[in-house]
Design a protein around this ligand. Structure first.
Ligand code: ZN
Length: 237
């Protein structure tokens, strides 16, 4: 069910699911009732009430929204959500794009957030928008976990696209294993976070398992576009 999970402070958890949790997205042509059943199973494994995990209707925007308590299970049109006191369980869905989980620390009651950072989001500032929204609410000592995503050695793009993206985000420059232009989105996100003064924490014991295209226990849009989405999560128990 979980690719990796960790209790980062007493009662606060960060995790990324594996294909063992199944597809969690309603927009990839899967049976809606099956997706809902998997979300309920995931919530049970997390130890949170059924229906409380907050997903986003992700649009590759740079928009970050506040997630307050309430009955909504899917926020409309956003690519990052922030819970000011960490009380709402948050989810971001990905398959090659970069899932980022953030927490203020240390101590209970700090803000939490999740970000969907794809090529568009990396370019248009979804990471900075989210960190800004957390800090405007008083969050301090931010920590981040960068989840599994397609790596720079696997993410091939046209030369023009690499030029366009790296003109704005130089840290995204990459060359694939086979020598063609690539983009290193996890590296770019790491650079953006550290530039903003956010401490990036380790995910997984072996970093070589973090590439979605290489690791078949994760969903990859490039490997199999209709297969599904896994999730990055933060919650409090
Ligand atoms: Zn790779």
């Amino acid at each position: 069910m979980f690719f990796w999970r960790q209790e980062i402070s007493p009662g606060r958890w960060v995790a990324f699911t594996s294909t063992g949790a199944g597809n969690l997205a309603q927009h990839v042509g899967d049976e809606p009732a099956s997706v809902l059943r998997r979300r309920r199973a995931l919530e049970a494994a997390m130890g949170v009430p059924g229906g409380s995990l907050r997903f986003m209707n992700q649009t590759h925007s740079a928009d970050a929204v506040l997630a307050g308590p309430g009955p909504i299970s899917e926020v409309a049109g956003a690519d990052a959500q922030v819970c000011p006191d960490g009380s709402v369980a948050l989810a971001v869905m990905v398959a090659d794009c970069v899932p980022v989980v953030l927490s203020a620390g240390p101590g209970p009651g700090g803000a939490s957030a999740v970000i969907h950072a794809g090529r568009q989001g990396v370019l248009t500032g979804v990471v900075a928008n989210t960190v800004g929204l957390m800090r405007r609410g008083g969050a301090q000592d931010l920590m981040a976990w960068i989840g599994p995503a397609i790596c720079g050695q696997c993410y091939e793009v046209p030369q023009d696209m690499r030029r366009e993206v790296t003109a704005a985000v130089p840290a995204a420059w990459a060359t694939t294993r086979w020598g063609t232009p690539g983009l290193d989105l996890p590296g770019a996100v790491r650079n953006q976070l550290t530039t903003l003064g956010v401490e990036v924490r380790a995910v997984a014991d072996d970093p070589s398992t973090l590439c979605t295209l290489d690791n078949e226990s994760l969903y990859s849009h490039r490997r199999s576009p209709a297969a599904g989405r896994f999730a990055g999560l933060i919650w409090t128990t």
